[in-house]
Ligand binder design. Structure first.
Ligand code: HEM
Length: 155
């Protein structure tokens, strides 16, 4: 578990270093076009890294009284699994999301924009702890951001 943050940083950072090292010094104009970007899932470090992110994130959520009341302890293993699937699928990974859609899963909870923002804040803190680079962090947040209207029930 302790090595996962390193794995996360290394898989993003080391891949970049390797690409730079293998680039020929005298590249032709045709070679100059940027290589196709790997899916976000791979750049994040794959399933182990996503699991580590979700675990750290859920740890923060469970400590936060402004949002943890709904995340009943009994639900955590199921929600954990579904969050992993959701992030995996959302980042282009080879997973299947087996949960309910976001509207159905959050219906009737009266979740506010402030609670949504708090939750995103915890996710950002987790990603910062694992030193996920800004590009990958923003990409992941832009996968989750559009879910706000389905989750928040404020008028
Ligand atoms: C980006 C924001 C969010 C994402 C991606 C997200 C994702 C999910 C997922 C994947 C599930 C499991 C769905 C299922 O059971 O099939 C879930 C359930 C749940 N979420 Fe969220 N959620 C978000 C925001 C929130 C917020 C802000 C709250 C409350 C403050 C919240 C409270 C809950 C609760 C209580 C459940 C369990 C519902 C149940 O088991 O009946 N979620 N969420």
């Amino acid at each position: 578990m302790r090595s996962l943050p390193l794995l996360l940083v290394c898989l993003v950072g080391c891949a970049t270093t390797k690409a730079a090292e293998t680039k020929p010094a005298e590249a032709s104009a045709a070679d100059a076009k940027p290589a196709a970007k790997k899916p976000l899932f791979e750049r994040l470090g794959g399933k182990p890294a996503i699991e580590a992110v979700v675990d750290d994130f859920l740890g923060r959520v469970s400590q936060d009284a402004t949002i943890n009341s709904g995340f009943a302890v009994a639900h955590v293993p199921r929600v954990r699994q579904r969050l992993i699937e959701l992030v995996c699928v959302g980042s282009g990974g080879p997973c299947t999301y087996s949960g309910r859609d976001m509207t159905t899963a959050h219906a009737g909870q009266g979740i506010t924009n402030a609670q949504f923002d708090t939750l995103v804040g915890h996710l950002v803190a987790t990603l910062d702890k694992f030193k996920v680079p800004a590009a990958e962090k923003n990409e992941l947040l832009s996968v989750l951001g559009p879910m706000r209207p389905a989750i928040v029930e404020e008028p």
